[in-house]
Design a protein around this ligand. Structure first.
Ligand code: ATP
Ligand code: MG
Ligand code: MG
Length: 580
């Protein structure tokens, strides 16, 4: 693999390692499989990162940036990266999503299995610890149960220009808050009737520091803990605790969490003071999220596309999910290459969709088998070629890999060619078939077009030509006649029929969900065209197999719908950039 380019996060990590920031330090107790280290055995001086998806949808191309970044840093600096399910929102989460996330991270080529450690975690495994930490915060005067209504809380939070107001419950005795928290946990109070808040500063210029909520009541079944809990931690409270419990050193998140960093640090500092956590504490760093033209990456909106049937599922080949891109024909290495090219920075930007497509071309070009297909077929009849005769033609499996050898396929009297490769009346600079013109049938003979046959409606049903016997590719006389046109073909008797899906962008608007636009209105009504075409004889379309069809692009046998007997192919990407 190539050397990763430097970025601000690498600089931070290199400085931390040079300063020996993690050496000899004792980690706070970690629950679960890492409990061996709870007794204070020193962790080796290495970095720990994490990828923390919420299991409320399938991973998308934006997540790929975070996955490659976090797992990539751990790999490059001999550290470890955790896969952690941030499952603190019971209503939206599901085991189906957990499984798809596990599969996708593995598919991308990353692993949370290290020598002696399986670094797969669930935030819900820490619910007991978080509860104990909350009690400690209350006891220390750092948190209180607020019984204001949600409306009162919102009102008293203030605005950017106006300070917030203290709740009447803010200075209640710790004993009372502890009692209420217990009642909340025991299901004695309805949703939204009260909440546990951090006691920080209602006058802070940073609204996130105005006594943020730690726990809210949610009488909801959790996909892992079932009905055990009816209070759930807020993300901003849960996240620093999860990071600290796992000994994360660099907690990398997207820029919108920058304003939350003071709260992240506040929580960790209080818990450290209370002896609940040890040094070194995790630190949060922010990077710019991936924004891709013509693509939406909000899980809520992607879920809506699935639920309302605008696409055929999370893995529809038009979806920006990694499952969709995979079905579309994207390889793990093409996505890693894309992420590497996009780079990591602290400035928001938009990436053009063509960058993603070019990464796929660059990844597949050196490895994809070459083959021939005809997508929009019309018959070409070689009128002077004997009816029963066939002979083999040869072509390289890969033009840059002669060692891969040759493929062979038959030539016969009747061939399929692309309808567009014949014109009765050629426009200027048209070098393909038209009456009187001579072209090479690639890997076969040179032919001269003699005319065509049409039906009653004037549609061309057959093109006719005569071949020049001594011109077969690879034979001594082959180059005696010079021609400008070179067209692809497959033998009618031998070709393999296939259903082929040609995809276009899912959205017709480069910014489908900018501002308050309705992203559904930006859907491209012609994003999938299904056709019946013909493949080079001998093509075995095993699901997931990829080819470059000459002149047409890169195609993959669909993983769900294709069988060797009845191939269904997706066009992954055209050969050249056709996006404007
Ligand atoms: P959504 O808001 O659509 O639910 P999310 O960001 O909340 O998405 P998570 O499952 O919480 O989704 O994301 C897991 C990780 O992936 C987070 O650390 C998040 O920062 C990162 N991530 C999500 N989207 C992007 C993106 N477009 N670019 C880079 N990283 C992203
Ligand atoms: Mg999230
Ligand atoms: Mg989110």
């Amino acid at each position: 693999s190539s050397t990763p380019s430097s970025n601000f996060l690498r600089t931070i990590i290199e400085n931390d390692l040079a300063a020996n920031r993690f050496a000899g330090k004792r980690w706070a107790g970690r629950p679960g499989p890492l409990s061996v280290q709870q007794n204070g055995s020193p962790d080796p001086a290495k970095i720990r990162t994490r990828f923390p998806p919420e299991p409320n949808g399938y991973l998308h191309i934006g997540h790929a940036k975070s996955i490659c970044l976090n797992f990539g840093l751990a790999r490059d600096y001999q550290g470890t990266c955790h896969l952690r399910f941030d499952d603190t929102n019971p209503e939206k989460e599901d085991d189906e999503y957990v499984q798809s996330i596990i599969d996708t991270v593995k598919w991308l080529g990353f692993n949370w299995q290290y020598e002696g450690e399986t670094n797969l975690y669930y935030a819900s495994d820490y619910f007991d610890t978080m509860y104990a930490f909350a009690q400690a915060l209350i006891q220390a005067g750092c948190a209180y149960v607020d019984e204001q209504t949600p409306e009162q809380m919102r009102e008293n939070r203030g605005t950017l220009t106006e300070k917030g107001k203290n709740s009447v419950w803010r200075d209640r005795p710790a004993e009372e808050s502890l009692q209420r928290l217990e009642e909340m946990r025991d299901g004695k109070h309805p949703d939204a009737s009260m909440a546990l808040r951090a006691k920080i500063d209602m006058g802070s210029p940073n609204i996130n520091m105005r006594d943020p909520v730690l726990y809210r009541i949610r009488h909801a079944k959790h996909h892992r803990t079932g009905d055990k809990w009816c209070i759930y931690p807020m993300y901003t409270w849960a996240h620093p605790v999860e990071d600290a419990l796992e000994g994360i050193t660099h907690s990398i998140c997207t820029l919108e969490f920058e304003d939350q960093r003071p709260f992240y640090d506040w929580i960790l500092a209080r818990l450290a003071e209370l002896g609940q956590l040890g040094e070194p504490l995790p630190r949060q760093y922010e990077f710019a999220r991936l924004n891709l033209n013509y693509v939406i990456t909000s899980k809520r909106k992607l879920l809506q596309l699935v639920r309302e049937g605008h696409v055929q599922g999370w893995d529809d080949p038009r979806m920006p999910t990694l499952a969709g891109l995979r079905r579309r024909g994207y390889t793990p290495s093409s996505i890693r290459l894309f992420v590497e090219r996009v780079g990591v920075s602290k400035a928001d930007s938009r990436i053009d969709y063509s960058t993603l497509e070019q990464a796929l071309r660059d990844d597949l070009d050196p490895v994809a088998d070459r083959s021939v297909a005809v997508l929009d077929p019309v018959k070409l009849i070689i009128t002077n070629y004997p009816e029963e005769q066939t002979e083999l033609c040869h072509a390289p499996r890969h033009p840059h890999h002669p060692e891969a050898g040759q493929r062979e396929f038959p030539f016969s009297r009747e061939l399929w060619i692309e309808r567009d490769d014949f014109r009765e009346e050629p426009p200027k600079k048209y070098f393909r078939l038209f009456p009187g013109n001579t072209v090479r049938l690639k890997y076969g003979y040179i032919v001269t077009c003699t005319g065509c046959v049409k039906d009653e409606d004037g549609n061309i049903t057959e093109v006719h030509a005569e071949y020049l016997p001594d011109t077969k590719s690879g034979t001594p006389g082959a180059s005696s006649v010079k021609v400008k046109g070179n067209i692809t073909w497959v033998s009618v008797k031998h070709a393999v029929p296939a259903t082929i899906r040609l995809y276009d962008r899912l959205f017709a608007d480069p910014h489908p969900d900018a501002g308050d636009k309705d992203f559904l209105e930006a859907l491209n009504p012609d994003s999938c065209q299904t056709i019946e075409g013909w493949l080079e004889p001998g093509t075995v379309a095993a699901p997931g197999k990829t080819w470059q069809f000459e002149r047409l692009g890169y195609f993959v046998a669909d993983q769900v719908d294709s069988t060797p007997e009845k191939p269904v192919l997706n066009r992954a990407v055209t050969l050249k950039d056709t996006w404007v």
